[in-house]
Design a protein around this ligand. Structure first.
Ligand SMILES: Nc1nc2c(ncn2[C@@H]2O[C@H](COP(=O)(O)OP(=O)(O)OP(=O)(O)O)[C@@H](O)[C@H]2O)c(=O)[nH]1
Length: 399
């Protein structure tokens, strides 16, 4: 039977299992974050051999060396995969398998052929440390820039890997030459506490990363149109105000644009193809503006652009380029009509004038539609050929 102190020494292992459960629950809430599941696997696989090492005598442990080795190595592999998943790098699974086979062979040698507990502890640590090092080396080669949370995870991972490598040296420095007495020693208690502390720190950082990801995703959904993935009206206003506050970014031009005869596209080819045309249109708009310009879908087939450091004549040229591009890149309805778009363009001269500029661009767009569509109407210009739909001279002749 276990003594009271045995239960106490099992507490770190039980706490690690509790952390593993928490991470599984977090993963169930946000399934795309599989690094949480890998992390949970790492804790579960490490808790078992830690518990066994705390409870069983060295003679009994000798019989299970390879099993314990497998658990530790699988735990390290899960941890490495958790980091790799988060950093979007590969763990180099072949290298991990070679390290694991070599470590297990060494363990077998020092338990069955030559009894050397010290060599076994060292090979456990070096094998696990090398597996943990694999994603860290990849990340250093890739030179990815991280925010402070991912940087914390990286540094925690580096420190934990260094700790894994140096554990046998620490045991040796502390003078535990008789490893048989180690499981009941203060050093072992310290080891359990430090592994548990690392686990708690990793869990806090991982869960903070998961929460941050959820918040980013919600923000993304709030600010972007679900179909075209470009900004919606609300986010356009917010981003526009930030740009309008910067005097260096003037002159600006606001373009109100609308697909022509879009209802016909829906009616002829169906709503799904209509959706694809909207996606193609938003991609064409984005392709033709610069990174700091804004492209938004205000609803239906109506889009609005805010072009930074752009005069009205330049904005007109950009609108015409978009028209040409859209007309020649109809991959969605290859045998269908040429896709056309009408534009109204107004200038923005001060931060308080956006609403007025949007209104004027809308009116110009309306004029362009009435003038026959597939046109660009710019503020301050006169367009003599404006007619109301159905009253064009050519139509009159035809009638
Ligand atoms: N496929 C698809 N259609 C949409 C979406 N939003 C709005 N529509 C359709 O877009 C069409 C817009 O029709 P209208 O406002 O008459 O405009 P139009 O046919 O382009 O005519 P003009 O603008 O005058 O050239 C309507 O049939 C809407 O149902 C969408 O997200 N997907």
């Amino acid at each position: 039977m276990f003594a009271h102190s045995d239960y106490l020494i099992l507490m770190p292992s039980l706490a690690m299992l509790a952390l593993a459960t928490m991470l599984v629950i977090a993963w169930i809430i946000q399934r795309s974050q599989s690094f949480l599941l890998w992390q949970s696997g790492a804790y579960s696989l490490t808790a078992l051999p830690l518990g066994m090492q705390s409870l069983l005598s060295l003679e009994v442990l000798n019989r299970y060396v390879l099993v314990i080795g497998c658990f530790y190595l699988l735990g390290a592999w899960c941890l490495a995969n958790s980091w790799a998943e988060r950093w979007k790098v590969s763990v180099q699974q072949n290298a991990a398998v070679i390290i694991a086979i070599f470590t297990l062979a060494t363990l077998h040698y020092f338990s069955s052929i030559e009894q050397n507990v010290w060599a076994r502890v060292s090979s456990f640590s070096i094998g696990s440390g090398l597996i943990l090092l694999l994603p860290i080396l990849r990340i250093r080669a890739k030179k990815i820039s991280f925010d402070w949370l991912d940087r914390s995870l990286l540094w925690l991972s580096i420190i934990f890997t260094a700790y894994t490598f140096t554990r046998p040296i620490l045991i040796w420095l502390l003078g535990y030459s008789d490893l048989g007495s180690l499981p009941k020693s203060p050093y072992w208690l310290l080891t359990l506490m430090s592994v548990l502390s690392f686990s708690i720190l990793f869990t806090v950082v991982m869960i903070a990363i998961a929460v941050k990801e959820i918040i980013c995703k919600l923000r993304e959904e709030r600010d972007h149109d679900a179909l075209t993935k470009i900004l919606n009206r609300r986010a356009f206003q917010e981003h526009a105000q930030k740009r309008l506050a910067d005097r260096r970014l003037y002159p600006m031009a606001v373009l109100s644009c609308d697909m022509d005869h879009f209802k016909r596209i829906n009616d002829t080819w169906g709503h799904e193809r209509g959706d694809q045309v909207l996606q193609l249109t938003s991609a064409t708009l984005q392709k033709n503006v610069r990174e700091h310009d804004l492209v938004a879908r205000f609803g239906g087939e109506e889009f609005v652009l805010l072009l930074i450091d752009t005069t009205l004549p330049d904005a007109e040229l950009i609108a015409q380029r978009i028209q040409r591009d859209l007309g020649s890149s109809n991959t969605v309805l290859p045998s269908g009509p040429k896709l056309t778009m009408s534009f109204g363009i107004s200038s923005v001269v001060n931060p308080l004038q956006l609403e007025q500029a949007l209104k004027e661009a809308d009116q110009l767009l309306y004029q362009a539609k009435n003038a026959g569509r597939d046109r660009v109407h710019v503020s301050g210009m006169t367009y003599p050929d404006i007619w109301i739909e159905g009253t064009h001279p050519q139509n009159a002749v035809a009638v």
